[in-house]
Ligand binder design. Structure first.
Ligand code: GDD
Ligand code: MN
Length: 377
């Protein structure tokens, strides 16, 4: 039973495969690693199957040809699903990732690492010297954007290894675009992460499939990962920020109506409350809650007004109760004031979350098209 599967997604890599297979198995057998290779090809039609069959006589190479689906990330997931070994390593077929580093990856996995990633950016590594300024800039920006998700220097690298066990607790992996390594790094609980600095070169043969479309998909992928990672806290912070902006709106309208238009102060108080609550509802619908736009606006707006009123009642009611009954609070009204705000906001948030806007987790479970994913292990 091999201990390692080398998963190689390919699309039109026939000219690179023989050298890759040769070098992978030379490297692993020299280091006493029992490895098998799983090539996941998207029906390239360039002779990939003959090469795999041919080399398969000498080495443990298995080919999966996907006819229905296309895409790097889903190809990698397919490879993970179809493999059985404890250790997995993913690499490009184009020889930009030196196979001679595989023993190094395995060494760290055997030492208990949760995730090992090859990096041209880490200290001691290098990237292709022919890269243009634009390519460099592109990579810098892409890496910077992922900073909040992981401390790894280059989480976008396509050369990485991990033990299968880290996937057991991952709710699901959503293969968007190219960065399946980042997806695993962000979603799995990887405590011990190792970066291996290395020289990474651009391919010599064939062409890159990393298009502009993939770059745009990357932004969508990031947004999704940040939401996944910080869903609840992001929601609370946004709800709070919206609430503060709403207080500004409330005050502005109250003062304007009362003093500029001479409206009776109790009436303008009620009006400004409705306007501010509508403002909050609108922002929360569009920005705070992921599933916020799934409901009809009219009903949702009304429901939000009700939850805001309950929040307001809790706010005002607790203030009254505290200052009426507790002498300390009568002297320290500001404390009662803030307790009221806190309680009111808490009620408002909870009701909003449960009854007015659909929460994030539910949407994942419902597998709407945007977050459909699959559980693989
Ligand atoms: N099965 C399958 N299906 N394989 C694919 C597909 C696809 O749709 N698209 C690309 N591949 C394979 C390629 O054949 C290659 O083996 C590997 O995935 C990477 O594709 P490249 O086209 O060589 O990508 P790249 O060199 O531009 O991007 C590399 O570097 C990036 C960081 O700069 C990859 O390693 C990326 O994962 C990495 O983020
Ligand atoms: Mn490449």
């Amino acid at each position: 039973m091999p201990e390692l599967t080398v998963i190689v997604p390919t699309y039109r890599e026939a000219e690179n495969l023989p050298e890759l297979i040769e070098r992978v198995f030379t490297a692993t057998s020299c280091a006493d690693i029992k490895a098998e290779m799983l090539v996941v090809d998207d029906n390239s039609g360039d002779g990939t199957e003959h090469i795999c069959a041919d080399m398969g006589k000498k080495y443990s190479v298995r080919l999966i040809t996907r006819k229905e689906e296309r895409g790097l990330a889903t190809a990698v997931l397919c490879g993970i699903r179809e493999s059985t070994t404890g250790f997995l390593i993913i690499m490009d077929a184009d020889l930009s990732h030196p196979p001679e580093e595989i023993p190094n990856f395995v060494h760290h996995l055997r030492q208990g690492a949760d995730f090992v990633i090859g990096s041209g950016c880490a200290q001691g590594g290098s990237r292709d010297p022919t890269w243009s300024l634009f390519q460099r800039l592109n990579s810098e920006v892409a890496r910077l954007l992922a900073r909040g998700l992981t401390t790894v220097n280059d989480p976008l690298s396509g050369y990485f290894a991990f033990p299968r066990r880290i996937l057991t607790d991952v709710p699901q992996l959503s293969p968007v675009g190219y960065k399946i390594g980042l997806e695993i790094l962000a979603k799995a609980n990887c405590r011990k992460v190792v970066e291996i600095p290395m020289a990474v070169f651009d391919r010599q043969r064939g062409e890159s499939k990393l298009t502009l479309r993939e770059r745009l998909l990357y932004l969508r992928h990031l947004r999704r990962l940040y939401r996944f990672r910080f869903s609840r806290s992001a929601e609370i912070v946004q709800f709070g920020a919206v609430g503060i902006s709403g207080t500004g709106v409330d005050l502005t309208f109250f003062l304007t109506l009362t003093y500029l238009f001479g409206v009776h102060h109790q009436i303008s108080r009620a009006l400004s409350f409705i306007i501010a609550a509508s403002w909050n509802w609108f922002l929360n619908r569009w920005f705070t809650f992921v599933g916020g736009r799934d409901r009809k606006p009219g009903k949702q707006w009304l429901a939000f007004l009700v939850s805001a009123s309950v929040g307001f009642t809790a706010n005002w009611g607790s203030y009254k109760l505290l200052t009426d009954n507790i002498p300390y609070m009568t002297q320290h009204r500001l404390i009662a004031f803030f307790i009221g705000i806190f309680l009111g906001a808490g009620f408002n948030y909870t009701l909003s979350r449960v009854f007015v806007f659909r929460p994030f987790e539910e949407r994942i479970r419902g597998e709407g098209p945007e977050v459909a994913g699959e559980k693989i292990v």
